[in-house]
Design a protein around this ligand. Structure first.
Ligand SMILES: [Zn+2]
Length: 138
């Protein structure tokens, strides 16, 4: 598999508006570099091609791992995890103060699978809200 060039990394960062495609954490509030992630994990045949790459924070990327779908308790269906490259964030998620809420089956399974409201980020987002740094503009 071809290596991801620095030029491609820059292109992805720009396309992703320099923020995590899942929890929308902007690079400016993140002490770690946002990571180039594989939408379809390499373990499942995902490639280093541009169409399979996006930007994610360390937590979302870590929790995502090799997951590609989840079970939605409301529709009782297995559905694919949100694809930040081809799907629109605001169609599938909304903010409820510091929490991300799934508006669709896809949104709900993504919130669950990627632990978008994990115990590390919730108190941090809460503080950011009090100083007007969060949620980020769309
Ligand atoms: Zn994230």
């Amino acid at each position: 598999m071809s290596k991801i060039s620095d030029t491609l990394k820059k292109k992805i960062r720009l396309a992703a508006k320099n923020r995590c495609g899942y929890c929308l954490l902007p690079q400016s509030l993140n002490p770690n570099w946002l990571e180039i992630e594989h939408i379809l994990p390499t373990a499942l045949g995902g490639t280093n091609d541009e169409e399979n790459l996006w930007l994610a924070c360390r937590l979302c990327n870590g929790y995502k791992g090799v997951k590609v779908e989840g079970f939605d308790k409301i529709t009782k269906r297995r559905v694919k995890i949100f694809n930040p490259r081809t799907q629109n964030w605001a169609e599938h998620f909304e903010w409820d103060f510091e929490k991300v809420v799934g508006k669709t089956a896809c949104g709900r399974v993504t919130v669950e699978a990627l632990k978008l409201n994990n115990e590390i980020i919730l108190p941090i987002r809460k503080r950011w809200i009090t100083v007007g740094w969060f949620p980020p503009p769309n």
